[in-house]
Design a protein around this ligand. Sequence first.
Ligand code: ZN
Ligand code: MN
Length: 488
Amino acid sequence: MGFFLPLSMLTYTGMEKKYIPTIGLEIHADLKTKSKMFCGCKNDPDEEKPNVNVCPVCMGHPGTLPFPNKEAIKHVLKVGVAVGGKNADFTEFDRKNYFYPDIPKGYQISQYKYPLVSGGNIKGVELTRIHLEEDTAKSSHDKGDYSLVDFNRSSLPLMELVTEPVIHDAKTAGDFARELQLILRYLDVSEANMEKGEMRVEANISISDDPNVLGTKVEVKNLNSFKVVEKAIEYEISRHIALLEAGEKVVQETRGFDENTGKTFSQRTKEDAHDYRYFPEPDIPKFKLSLIPEFSVENLKKELPELPEEKRKRLREVYGIKEADVEVYVQNLSIANFFERTIENFCDDKECVILASNYIVSDLMGLMKTSDGSFGQLFPSDFGKLIQLLKAGKLSSRGTKDTLAILFTEGGDPEKIAEEKGWILKNDPEALKKILEKIVSENPKVVEEFKSGKDSAVNSLIGVAMKETKGSASPQAIRETLIAILNS
Ligand code: ZN
Ligand code: MN
């Protein structure tokens, strides 16, 4: 399909037309709570033994009564405040009716008309709504001539977030999902691990050659990583354009994504789409959230941590570090804390902050990869002292890296380690001068070469001096002092 080229992020050029892709996302995330959404069963997504955390309510037995989970409602309201949405005052739960073995009561308790949150914005992408519902059980159809259903996941609190159709390229969609995951983790309301199915993305994609009209929408489901979200959207954009260019029509349908082929495939057409017959859940009273002081925006705000976007802004403005470093810290709070603890106590100027950040992001993080992301035996105080040695010119960059590696595996005092290893740069001008004068007197031939105009002769003397001083003087100091001696 190489006959069209992306002109910009927004438009794709066919033979005679320009096409604009429009994408909206629907994202489900399992919430972290002690118990399930409508019963007292344990919310344990890691439970491997099937049907352990179950009761008549979450197994959908007739006549049982659901009892809403306050912690889950609060989680969604917190997300609402974090993304600048409008939290509901009046809200209710609804029944979304459909038949499937993983939902034996014949309906999912969800929210329809009155979601907990309306509007909001993440990275410039406007949100339509965020509501709360229950997750379904998990069925396994790969057993041969029978299927199995595990109800451990049934009725886990599930947050559903819907964006406006305002995204126009795959990368923005992927970045949106990445940022949402980060926000959910900062708020500690969900692990949102896509590979584990704790966060699931669906993309609605359409293509149009008229900026004022949306094309036929295709929904791609079960996207289980950020890369897959991007690949599936890119594939769909190409597929739609190829169809339109060939004079064919895009069929409104639900599609899946096959990671092996990198292609989407048809799962369900519009003809067999559900009519869910939503109606208010009669077994749960309606809510007036303003009656619960704990749920007030004012109170929720007090409980919010520093959010990713606030952290980016602060790190940028307060420390003036590289954008790539800022992002490393925003994505990894333990490394961010290590950085901030180091510089709070050991840096009083920008040079020190930048040095510390450079060695954390390149060298320290390299070491951490070898130890499952732990800091090994390294503490911020020792790392801070190490950076001070570097900044004071007592350690070369090589010496700093080598001392860091020892601090990481064995711990200890950086100055003592570097001293023992002979890595401390003496840079004592008098001592260095004496050593160099001795070398000069022992190498009359080389001195002669230098004096007869061969400047490079000095390099062999530097080599000798480096050996002699065992790296305790910087090459720069050796070169300068040598030239001064030779010219005197
Ligand atoms: Zn239960
Ligand atoms: Mn849903």
